[in-house]
Design a protein around this ligand. Structure first.
Ligand code: SAH
Ligand code: SF4
Ligand code: F3S
Length: 479
């Protein structure tokens, strides 16, 4: 488990924290005396898109007399915003639902609803299989939540999972109910239609649609006014961002990045995720032009093998991918590069696996999210391919990738020793309240002695030591 300050910037795995919340409940469970039934507790699993969606849900509910409750023991409704990307993500939710039965036994009136990608994938089937779930709401149906909560009666069950071609929630100002007050996500598009052979997202999130750039810029400006200093623009494939207003006005992702970067020089701008097939030189040029656009690109490779990439329907070859890496290095020499990879996709051979390890040696990623392939129902792979790599082989290949990446990340970090970076301070280190942590533009976590600095400020920090995950430094000046 990574330390708390090493907040993973793409996926959050929160089961440990929730386990503690659950223990707390066992110690202090009481029957609610609240008759209004308007307190909503939200638990979020999965990717940043889900986190951003939970903030939209909070906003929609707050407009309608519901309040967001931080203590699960006081809640009238528990909303679980779920992920379906791998089987273990779904199993985690099912386990959580079993745990919550104990909480429901102590409370006559407590309703549980499932939101997000697992709700969309399984629809009413989930309610049939999990008897303590009262309602199911897919990612494009959140506007109906307040009305649904109003109508949930003791034994009534409801489901709304229609996907939309237009919903972007662009008029909703998210309620940042669990925030450090410094960094925030802004969802700029929804859906994905790349149909990678292994991936469930096109089925759970629907077709791609982009949000009006004016509303994105307004949201960023509001955040700056409230003291936020960093935004991450979110989409499954941000390079496909394209807003069309009539025939004349077209805003693509590079233009949108420039518009958000212009909001304030104090505001850092990040984005996730870009698909290698359409990472354009134009975007890299915009990134080079603005100091406040962070020099960090997450470029999921998935595999280093030509054959696997074709079978995965990724629309690029290893050569194309390496050409894009070359372009990043040319335009943005200080840029960090991170990735996602899948070990043991259908028919993967030792040779394919070696090609992935080779890719890692060539690119030398700063960080990687590494996964074992998990067959997802209804995907191209489920319909047309065999999950034929034995589990122990997948595990061994994954371990080899993890070991190689650990070594590379350590060596990359060792090269940082002696460098000085501008760091946005995000909080107090969990190891000592005398230490702060923040990130540099490259998204690397740096820990340093507190002095009289505060979260939200920028500091110049010189790197003195490192591990494979963290840089340790000393403050050499303010911004
Ligand atoms: N839209 C993003 C990724 C979304 S899913 C992109 O294309 O980059 C995040 C990661 O989960 C993927 O990049 C992939 O590495 C992994 N993933 C997706 N489906 C998977 C599956 N069936 N088994 C294992 N890993 C998977
Ligand atoms: Fe899934 Fe591919 Fe879309 Fe990413 S680009 S969400 S991996 S289908
Ligand atoms: Fe995200 Fe998981 Fe859905 S990764 S888009 S919450 S399937």
């Amino acid at each position: 488990m990574m330390p708390v300050y090493q907040k993973a910037f793409i996926y959050i795995f929160v089961e440990i924290e929730y386990f503690f919340v659950f223990l707390q409940f066992i110690q202090s469970s009481k029957v609610s005396t609240n008759t209004l039934k308007n307190k909503v507790y939200i638990e979020t699993y999965g990717c940043q898109m889900n986190l951003a969606d939970s903030e939209i849900v909070a906003s929609l509910l707050a407009k309608d007399s519901y309040t967001i409750e931080k203590d699960i023991n006081q809640a009238d409704f528990i909303l679980i915003n779920t992920c379906a990307i791998r089987d273990n993500a779904e199993q985690r939710i099912r386990k959580r639902l079993r745990e919550l039965k104990a909480l429901q036994r102590g409370r006559q009136w407590l309703k549980i609803g499932i939101l997000g990608c697992m709700a969309e994938r399984l629809k009413t089937q989930l309610m049939e299989e999990e008897d303590n779930v009262s309602f199911i709401v897919g990612p494009d149906a959140y506007r109906q939540l307040p009305q649904m909560l109003d109508h949930i009666k003791d034994d009534e069950k409801m489901a709304e999972t229609l996907l939309s071609e237009t919903e972007t929630y662009d008029d909703i100002e998210p309620v940042r109910y669990d925030t450090n007050g410094i960094t925030a996500y802004i969802s700029i598009m929804r859906g994905c239609q790349n149909y990678c052979a292994y991936c469930v997202v096109p089925y759970t999130r629907g077709r791609e649609r982009s949000r009006d750039p004016k509303t994105i810029v307004a949201e960023a400006s509001n955040l700056v006014a409230k003291g936020y200093r960093e935004v991450t623009l979110l989409g499954q494939n941000v390079n496909s961002y394209r807003w069309k207003n009539g025939e004349s006005e077209i805003v693509g992702f590079p233009q949108l990045m420039a518009m958000v970067a212009e909001v304030s020089p104090l505001l850092r701008v990040r984005f996730a995720t870009s698909h290698p097939k359409d990472l354009s030189d134009e975007l890299l040029q915009v990134m080079a032009k603005y100091d406040n656009i962070c020099k960090c690109i997450h470029l999921p490779v998935q595999s280093g093998s030509t054959r696997m990439l074709k079978l995965m329907n990724r629309h690029y070859t290893p050569e194309w991918y390496l050409d894009r890496i070359g372009a990043i290095r040319r335009y943005l020499p200080t840029c960090s590069i991170t990735t996602d990879v899948i070990a043991g996709f259908c028919t993967e051979t030792e040779e394919d696996h070696q090609a992935t390890l080779d890719m890692f040696r060539k690119v030398r990623y700063d960080y990687a999210y590494m996964f074992k392939f998990s067959m997802r129902p209804n995907t191209y792979a489920a319909k047309h391919l065999q999950d034929d790599v034995p589990d122990e082989v997948k595990t061994r290949r994954l371990e080899e990738i993890i070991a190689l990446q650990g070594q590379i990340a350590l060596e990359n970090n060792q090269k940082e020793i002696g460098n000085t970076y501008e760091v946005l301070i995000e909080g107090v280190s969990h190891r000592s309240d005398q230490q702060l942590f923040g990130r540099n533009s490259q998204n690397k976590v740096i820990v340093f002695e507190r002095g009289d600095l505060q979260p939200g400020q920028y500091a110049k920090v010189k790197v003195l030591r490192c591990t494979s995950a963290t840089l340790i430094g000393e403050v050499v000046g303010n911004k």
